[in-house]
Design a protein around this ligand. Structure first.
Ligand SMILES: [Zn+2]
Length: 649
């Protein structure tokens, strides 16, 4: 969660303050997110996901996550080491994600159980930092830590994009999670001790990188480093200490960011999730320093990924890499759409929205939130997907509670704690309603309160009730999604507004609001098709914000289905043939019929071969086989395929 800027540049005026106002902000953003505590979720799939995730967070034992931190600091561990990635070279990344997740959960709910954990973990980390002696804190195994410390002697030797010659596996990546978690424990978790630990660790990062030449730094950056630039810029923003900005700039990776600045697409073949945090760092640098290059990099990258490398669910990548747009149809695989990527793309999208509030960014946020992030959580135990398979006929594989700890478990822990952070945004006297998720907003600065009640997207209306209002005028700006099937209409206290909202704009209602005012917004929805980039005959069906997927029945039985320690455990499972759809006289979407009971269940009507298909929201098909994309063929083409065995669903 990005921090709110304390003041706008415009309000600095001519008089120079003796010290910079903190957090530092150099650009006036027309929209800013609310603090997590300003928004309370009401009943919805998002609230249920948040509660399920909270239970999982509470089932984690801090002493076990701290095992390596104590061990390598020379102290006796107090808990047994967790399995999976926590017992490998990337150990410790979970501790950082966990600190962020419990800090966000605490900020959102005020639940003291999370505060207690924050304070305990930070006190343990402070003791370990003391024991390490040079300011370092983390859980890196000896090889990884020695590799970072050797930077002081100018020793930077890279083997692959993930490994140094020493054998160290992405040590900066892991340390970014730790530093970010500490910073969140400080800012969101209200831990003063975390501030001290954070700054000592940031000093340590400075100390090991300060002597590296520009060429050595660029060599170092060939290995994945997570969001090191982003978190250090943030620490600069929070402290005003320019040394942290200088340290952040050492993580500016020219080979990736320069082409983006120049508008060149060199993403094909690159590891996707390695790059997104670098771009977020550039975005944050723009906000804090005013350097327009960071904004250009972010906007160019976002446009490329969203419009040329993303699937209908808002996710991207196959086997974690970007592939050319015209080859995406051959990349509907088991290992598509790493969940971390979408976690990071949503972070980036929030930055872009705040600079230039518009429905293109807000629509993408909604799409990826419903169809990837919400879908990534197992509704039984709150476990997490790594890849979101888009191979027709495949199914999801989730983590195990204590023996997995993939990257996507770490980002997943965070995902479900911050749904409240993107529903509303505000300017000085305007309020953006971006997502139609049941919630209560308290806008303290304006003395304004709002309750949103809706069964969207099952229903097409949302009801915004003003619970508290100031005497001055405020503008409510309601997103009219670009996908809306017609003008978005507004009804205030039972009276229709003459002007409807054009899809792809914001409907603006500026007035002096009164407690008890009720604004009802109707957003027309219809089924539409969306082709896979570069493959016009492969389409997904979407209803409003909801990607519909064919429910293709139960998966096979197996020890690793649906929970696996290894993210590739089920990658070799065969997928049965999936029906194809034969185009009739009208467009394909005209043959998709909604269930009469008002649920979000649809069925193809007469165009499925060999059988019609039941379609449900993708996020709900948590355990069955499914398909998102369908081949649209002619009757003759289907006959040519006629040797296919009916697949039995
Ligand atoms: Zn991941």
């Amino acid at each position: 969660m990005r921090l709110l800027t304390a003041i706008l540049l415009a309000s600095l005026g001519a008089a120079q303050p003796a010290r910079a106002a903190l957090p530092i902000s150099a650009v006036a953003e027309p929209a800013r997110p609310f603090a997590l505590g300003d928004v309370v979720l009401l009943d919805s799939p998002f609230k249920a996901a948040m509660e399920r995730n909270a239970d999982y967070l509470l089932s984690i034992e801090p002493d076990r996550l701290l095992h390596n931190t104590r061990l390598y600091a020379g102290l006796t561990p107090k808990g047994e080491l967790y399995g999976g990635w926590e017992s490998g070279g990337i150990a410790g990344h979970t501790l950082g994600h966990y600190l962020t997740a419990i800090s966000q959960q605490y900020a959102a709910t005020g639940d003291a159980r999370f505060k207690k954990r924050i304070d305990y973990i930070i006190s343990e980390m402070a003791a370990c930092q003391q024991a390490y002696g040079d300011g370092y804190i983390g859980a890196l195994p000896p090889t990884e830590l020695a590799t970072l410390r050797a930077f002081r002697e100018g020793k930077v030797e890279v083997l692959t994009p993930f490994v140094f010659k020493s054998g160290a596996w992405v040590p900066w990546y892991s340390e970014h999670k730790v530093l970010n978690g500490l910073k969140d424990a400080w800012i969101l978790g209200g831990s003063d001790q975390a501030r001290l630990v954070t700054l000592r660790m940031a000093d340590w990062v400075d100390s090991v990188t300060a002597g590296l030449t520009p060429a050595q730094l660029q060599e170092m950056l060939r290995v994945e480093q997570g969001g090191m630039m982003d978190v250090l810029v943030e620490i600069y923003s929070l402290t005003g200490n320019p040394r942290y900005l200088a340290t952040a700039r050492r993580f500016y990776h020219n080979a990736v960011l320069d082409p983006l600045l120049e508008g060149r697409d060199e993403l094909v073949g690159k590891h996707a999730n390695t790059q997104i945090p670098k771009v977020i760092g550039a975005a944050r640098t723009y906000e804090v320093t005013g350097d327009p290059r960071g904004r250009a990099i972010a906007e160019n990258f976002w446009d490329l990924v969203v419009h040329h490398y993303s699937y209908a669910i808002g996710g991207d990548s196959d086997d974690e890499h970007f592939y050319p747009e015209d080859s995406m149809s051959s990349h509907l695989d088991t290992n598509t759409a790493e969940t971390c990527n979408t976690y990071n793309m949503l972070k980036l999208t929030q930055h872009l929205f705040c600079w230039d509030p518009g429905t293109d960014t807000a629509d993408f946020y909604e799409r990826a939130l419903y169809n990837h992030i919400l879908a990534s959580q197992d509704p039984r135990k709150g476990m997490f997907t790594y890849f979101m398979s888009l191979k027709p006929g495949m199914f999801r594989t989730y983590s195990t509670p204590f023996d997995t700890f993939w990257c996507c478990v770490g980002t997943g822990m965070e995902n479900h704690t911050k749904y409240g952070g993107a529903i509303y945004y505000h300017g000085v006297d305007d309020l953006y309603v971006n997502l139609f998720i049941p919630s209560v907003l308290t806008w303290g600065e304006q003395g304004f309160g709002l309750e949103q009640d809706t069964d969207y997207p099952r229903g097409d209306q949302t009801r915004l009730t003003v619970t508290r209002a100031p005497a001055n005028e405020l503008a409510l700006k309601v997103r009219c999604p670009g996908w809306a099937a017609g003008p978005v209409t507004f009804d205030l206290n039972g009276r229709s507004f003459p002007n409807a909202g054009t899809p792809g704009t914001y409907g603006v209602i500026r007035r002096v609001w009164k407690a008890g005012d009720v604004l009802t917004v109707t957003i027309p929805m219809a089924v539409r098709t969306e082709a896979l980039p570069g493959a016009p005959a492969k389409v997904a069906f979407i209803y409003g914000p909801v990607v519909l997927a064919g429910d293709l029945g139960p998966p096979p039985q197996g020890a690793t289905i649906p929970y696996a320690q290894n993210q590739y455990a089920n990658a070799g499972e065969a997928a049965p043939p999936v029906p194809v759809l034969v185009l009739g006289d009208g467009p394909a979407e005209s043959s998709v019929v909604r269930s009469r009971d008002g649920s979000l269940i649809f069925r193809t009507s007469g165009m499925g071969r060999p059988t019609d298909v039941t379609l449900r929201p993708f996020w709900e098909i948590s355990f069955n086989r499914y398909s998102v994309y369908w081949d649209i063929v002619t009757e003759n083409q289907w006959r040519g395929l006629g040797s296919q065995e009916p697949s039995g669903f």
